[in-house]
Write a protein that binds this ligand. Sequence first.
Ligand SMILES: Nc1ncnc2c1ncn2[C@@H]1O[C@H](COP(=O)(O)OP(=O)(O)OP(=O)(O)O)[C@@H](O)[C@H]1O
Ligand SMILES: [Mg+2]
Length: 249
Amino acid sequence: MALLRVEKVYKSFQGFLALSGVSLEVRAEAFHALVGPNGAGKTTLFNVITGRLVPDQGRVFFRDREITGWPTPKVARLGIAVAFQRAQPFPSMTVLEAVVLARLGYTGQTFRLLRPLSSFPEAQAKAQAALAKVGLEAHAGRRVAELPLGDLKRLDVAMALVAEPEILLLDEPLAGLSRAERRRMVDFIGDLLRREGVTLLFTEHDTEAVLALADRVTVLHQGQVLAEGTPEEIRRDAAVRAAFLGGGA
Ligand SMILES: Nc1ncnc2c1ncn2[C@@H]1O[C@H](COP(=O)(O)OP(=O)(O)OP(=O)(O)O)[C@@H](O)[C@H]1O
Ligand SMILES: [Mg+2]
């Protein structure tokens, strides 16, 4: 059974069709890559899945329950977490505070933030556990602004995992990293999510990383699904090569 299912989704912006009948199934515990050139519609699809955008047509299901148009916090509480590419979430906070805040946001408690974060013991314990999972427990007291990019990316993952999701959506988790850091990050994400039993849907431009991490690949091109298959099938697919792999996208 598919954990997440997108059915014939359309989304346009001022007449520009960013998603044009996209269907996608992510099986439980799969590592599913969504690839395609700039502007293909990858982030737009993430926004539709997580309720940041409502599709013009089409439907989204999670475990056969329709969630089309659900507000983002409700989608998160159902078990779908997302980490978007971003520089510094809360630069002046400590690493622990950032994750506690993420947990409070997920449990709908941000309105109580005038209280010190230490008055939320449950959120603190969850945050500490999430930091341990990503190997940042020793950096809990550091300011977010002091972290090198690789650690910031781990922090992003911790802020998503603290919601205890069944599926994690990562939008370009390797962007900005050096080649060596990218390889380390691929190993880190793969080991962590397999250990946790978390399903992954991710976008990435680094073809080598995609082939190393994914067991399923969907290729998006101009808002449409061009191909779907194993990494090996996608590598061999003539239409994919013509559209962008061979073109160095
Ligand atoms: N809020 C918006 N308003 C207008 N146009 C938008 C909006 N969001 C996305 N688009 C357009 O929709 C198309 C798809 O954008 P999207 O960000 O989904 O692409 P992408 O596949 O994530 O690209 P990239 O690899 O560069 O991140 C692009 O042409 C983009 O300019
Ligand atoms: Mg994008």
